[in-house]
Design a protein around this ligand. Structure first.
Ligand code: SAM
Length: 227
């Protein structure tokens, strides 16, 4: 019931050249540009296969990218070779970052909260605040799954081949198991359910919020400065 199958099924997260991934980049690029005015050193936290790392490199940033998945990192390194990219891909855990304090001008953390339980996200935010320079910025993009959950329905189409066949929240709705079905197969994935309010309360322990905007009905783009 892991994420491997989920990422395999959805090119929006794995194939940086796919139309689905490009759409994600197109939606975020103007916001990143607006809120990252000065070039500098960026940590792409939970970088996946590196689409946003490559974007930021192309825009002139010096990018270090970290993920804890060998599968995602090996795809990212293949793309990097293909593009002659200089992005440094590092295997590591967001909860305990292998970097010195005050190392980065920006940390970007895109579309990854579903992997993190509350204690893990707390450790991650604490680590982000530690590795950011005092003048640095934390850029966070996430889906408000708390708001999305009630409108997730069986039969809802996801991507080009799959639809949701079961929505199975745990009793206190801290996590939800979604079953995805296609003509050929089905699989289940457990997501952590984060809502905007909970994310902001946790972030408040380590950061000052400078900006928050809704990208679409359930997705937010936020900018924080270390406290
Ligand atoms: N940010 C990328 C993007 O938008 O394409 C990847 C997003 S993907 C949905 C979430 C990523 O978080 C996966 O690549 C997963 O391996 C990574 N991840 C999950 N838990 C992690 C942890 N504790 N430390 C580092 N990476 C983690």
């Amino acid at each position: 019931m892991g994420f491997e199958k989920y990422y395999e099924a959805f090119p929006a997260y794995t194939d940086v050249y796919s139309e689905e991934y490009r759409k994600r980049i197109e939606a975020l690029e103007p916001l990143l540009m607006k809120h990252m005015p000065a070039r500098g050193k960026v940590l792409d936290l939970a970088c996946g296969t590196g689409g946003f790392s490559f974007l930021l490199e192309d825009l002139g940033f010096n990018v270090v990218a970290l993920d804890n998945s060998d599968v995602m990192l090996s795809k990212a390194r293949e793309f990097a070779k293909d593009r002659r990219s200089k992005v440094e891909f590092v295997k590591g855990d967001a909860r305990k970052l292998p970097f010195e304090e005050n190392s980065f001008d920006y940390v970007v953390f895109i579309d990854s909260l579903v992997h993190f339980e509350p204690m893990d996200l707390n450790s991650t935010f604490k680590e982000v605040a530690r590795v950011l320079k005092p003048s640095g910025r934390f850029i966070l993009q996430f889906t408000d799954l708390r708001a999305l959950l009630p409108v997730l329905t069986n039969g809802q189409v996801v991507g080009t081949e799959y639809w949701i066949s079961r929505v199975l929240p745990d009793t206190d709705e801290k996590t939800v198991v979604l079953e995805f079905q296609s003509e050929k197969e089905h699989f289940r994935v457990r997501f952590n359910v984060w809502g905007k309010t909970a994310v902001e309360l946790l972030a408040k322990l380590y950061f000052r919020q400078l900006h928050s905007e809704r990208m679409n009905e359930h997705s937010y783009f936020q900018v924080y400065a270390p406290k």
